[in-house]
Write a protein that binds this ligand. Structure first.
Ligand code: APR
Length: 316
């Protein structure tokens, strides 16, 4: 198995720290480059004492982005500000948009072939921002820029298993669309193993999966948004990306990627991963009438989010 260098941008944050911890245990990572604008040396000193093989290096401040990024096979970006009660993911837009723009400009320069995994919200807009940055830099490859929507899938598995009394490790539910509110569309009709839901269960589960982030924001009462479950989901996603880079066949994860499946330009869907990132975007198959309706409703919102990201880079 090849081992790879992976950078975490925003490594000292609420998501970045536990994700770096989990990634220190990844057998596919030989070098974990941790980057932030504050508190990086402390996080690195702490994590580097763990007795697993991955080397951990500290990179702080823009002058050290080059050192963090050069030679990376994958870069994961959780940098930004988190949501507070009463805020939507879209409210984060202005701050996080410029953070993602700056960081992906550096990625385009120092590791243009790396697979970029974007966690910073609003993902529906930050992924288009990254793509526009790469286009401007002349290094764009849509297969290599992915929005991490794994937490929606993780939540769908947990909530469906709870509702139906199933073993959570057996449950699979595709989640499509985007990564914010009504744009998140779990395809409960495609749950495996095959289960039947009442209309009321479908409505309740869909609503809970769409608003699960807000459940955490409210429970944290002002101290932030999901960090631990996001770190789990982000690590699962990066490990799949690395497995596929290392030649494993048939690795599939849901991700928000450039795709014209619904005329929106970008769409979250199951994607087959390969040595160069997305090998095949798999679309979404046959929908129930309920899902068709929800899909129709989400498209204008998703288009709006995408346009906002593109215009941030291109100007209006
Ligand atoms: N470059 C690198 N890191 C940055 C930058 C930057 N320009 N700006 C901020 N950061 C770092 C902060 O220093 C902090 O360590 O990003 C980290 C963010 O951590 P938190 O504030 O704890 O936020 P977190 O809960 O981790 O969420 C971060 O992920 O899910 C999304 O909505 C969430 O957009 C938010 C992001």
């Amino acid at each position: 198995q090849h081992q790879q260098k992976v950078a975490v941008l925003g490594a000292a944050g609420g998501i970045g720290q536990p994700m770096s911890l989990l990634m220190k245990e990844s057998p596919a990572i030989s070098h974990l480059a941790l980057y932030d604008i504050v508190n990086t040396p402390g996080v690195v000193a702490d994590i580097s004492h763990i007795c697993t093989p991955a080397k951990v290096t500290s990179h702080q401040g823009p002058d050290d982005l080059k050192g963090a990024l050069e030679g990376c096979a994958a870069v994961v970006i959780p940098a930004g500000v988190p949501r507070k009660p009463g805020m939507t993911r879209d409210d984060l837009f202005n701050t996080n948009a410029s953070i993602v723009q700056t960081l992906t400009e550096a990625c385009a320069q120092f590791c243009p072939k790396a697979i970029i995994c974007i966690i910073s919200n609003p993902v529906n807009s930050t992924v288009p921002i990254a793509c526009e940055v790469y286009k401007k830099a002349g290094v764009f490859d849509p297969a290599r820029i992915l929005g991490v929507t794994t937490l929606d899938v993780v939540r769908a598995h947990t909530f469906v298993a709870e509702t139906k009394g199933l073993n959570v490790e057996d449950v699979k539910v595709p989640v499509i669309g985007g990564h914010s509110g009504i744009t998140i569309l779990p395809l409960l009709s495609q749950t495996s193993p095959s289960v039947s839901f009442t209309d009321e269960e479908v409505d309740k589960l869909t609503d809970r999966i769409q608003n699960a982030g807000t459940e955490v924001v409210n429970a944290k009462a002002g101290s932030g948004s999901a960090t631990l479950s996001m770190a789990y989901a982000g690590t699962k996603f990066v490990n799949s990306v690395l497995d596929a880079l290392n030649g494993k066949q048939g690795v599939t994860e849901c991700a928000f990627v450039q795709s014209d499946v619904c005329g929106t330009g970008y769409f979250a869907q199951p994607v087959e991963l390969g040595p160069n990132g997305v090998k095949n975007a798999l679309g979404y198959g046959k929908l129930s009438a309920y899902e068709e309706k929800k899909l129709e409703e989400l498209i204008p919102e998703l288009k709006k989010n995408i346009k906002k990201g593109e215009e941030f880079v291109l100007g209006k």
